[in-house]
Design a protein around this ligand. Structure first.
Ligand code: P6P
Length: 335
């Protein structure tokens, strides 16, 4: 045990490196990790208890809410509302933001946005899914959290990360000083440091896109996909196409091995499908902290000034060299 670094120990050690750190962010990260352990427990026995399938509810996006979605959302809301370090919450499953105004929280300095269980369509077929979270310092001076505290551009994040419930459960996060991955050891109930200082390779040979939408795509993107499929030994093409249909899982694979994930604008999804605030911003933050890149095909994801909580954005994310390559096909006349 003495050569294992558990998450709590890592968080506290990192906090000690920043003399002005009050410990509030550390506690928030630990609260999120606790909720993740509870979600892990339900996800891992989903086939054995009555938590698969759908509820009678639909969410703000008109999507049928899965029982596990609702369970994960409740766990995160509960954890953050008693944390004392969070004054406001936005969730994919909540139409409006949640003001946390109990005595211990209303003056708290952080807000948290999350997708409680991304990849819902995969829940009932045992494919990896994930929780994605994004943390900002509030911008309002005091009093109840305001919408402006949540509508901040991604570059203002103070921390972001995800938990992937797959062959193992991993928590991957950054507080702006690199990216570290922790694997849950269920026998001791601890997230253990397993992937220190993750760096994403500048190039690799995997691209991820829903190829079924090829005919709906812009010409430049079609040309990039054709480029990926051409045979060229010098650049290792044709690349492999890997697409799980779970953003966290596709992203995590590319973070570790290198690759590019694309969910573009199309005639079916003019703004793309993925949500800016609680899917694209946190993973863009992780990608950049690991040496990768994340853009809309034109602009840096983290520079987008949000207008609404649930707005969507196209996203090209992963190995920096591959994102730049795709952009060159999208913007052929750019300098
Ligand atoms: P499509 C899952 O429903 C999700 O929100 C992301 O996790 C995933 O990357 C995407 O949608 C898949 O969308 O249209 O390819 O099924």
């Amino acid at each position: 045990m003495n050569n294992v670094t558990v998450l709590d120990e890592f968080i506290i050690k990192r906090q000690s490196e920043f003399p002005f750190a009050s410990g509030d962010l550390s506690k928030l990260l630990r609260d999120i990790s606790l909720a993740a352990k509870i979600i892990h427990r339900e996800v891992n026995k989903a086939g054995l208890v009555d938590i698969l399938g759908v509820t009678d509810n639909t969410n703000v996006h008109g999507e049928t809410v899965k029982k596990l979605d609702e369970f994960a959302n409740t766990q995160l809301l509960n954890a953050l509302q008693v944390s004392g370090k969070c004054c406001g919450i936005a969730s994919e499953e909540e139409e409006d933001f949640v003001v946390v105004d109990n005595e211990v929280s209303k003056e708290a300095k952080y807000v948290v946005l999350f997708d409680p269980l991304d990849g819902s369509s995969n829940i009932d077929v045992n494919v990896s899914i994930g929780t994605i979270f994004s943390i900002y310092r509030r911008v309002s001076e005091s009093g109840p959290c305001r919408l402006s505290d949540l509508l901040q551009k991604g570059a203002k994040q103070v921390a972001a990360g995800y938990i992937i419930y797959g062959s193992s459960t991993m928590m991957v996060y950054s507080t702006g000083h690199g990216v570290n991955g922790f694997t849950l050891d269920p026998s001791i109930g601890e997230f253990c440091l397993s992937h220190p200082n993750i760096r994403i390779p500048e190039f690799a040979k995997t691209y991820s896109i829903n190829q079924g939408q090829f005919l709906l795509l812009a010409d430049g993107l079609k040309q990039y996909i054709n480029y990926c499929q051409e045979t060229d030994a010098a650049t290792g093409r044709p690349y492999s196409m890997r697409y799980i249909g779970s953003f966290v899982a596709d992203f995590h694979r590319n973070l570790i091995n290198g690759g590019i994930f694309i969910y573009p604008a199309s005639t079916k999804n003019p703004e793309g499908k993925l949500r800016l605030l609680y899917e694209c911003n946190p993973l863009a933050y992780i990608a950049e902290q690991a040496g990768g890149k994340a853009t809309t095909g034109q602009e840096r994801i983290l520079d987008i000034e949000p207008l609404t909580l649930h707005q969507r954005t196209p996203i090209y994310i992963g190995s920096a060299g591959m994102v730049q390559q795709a952009e060159a096909f999208l913007n052929p006349t750019a300098e």
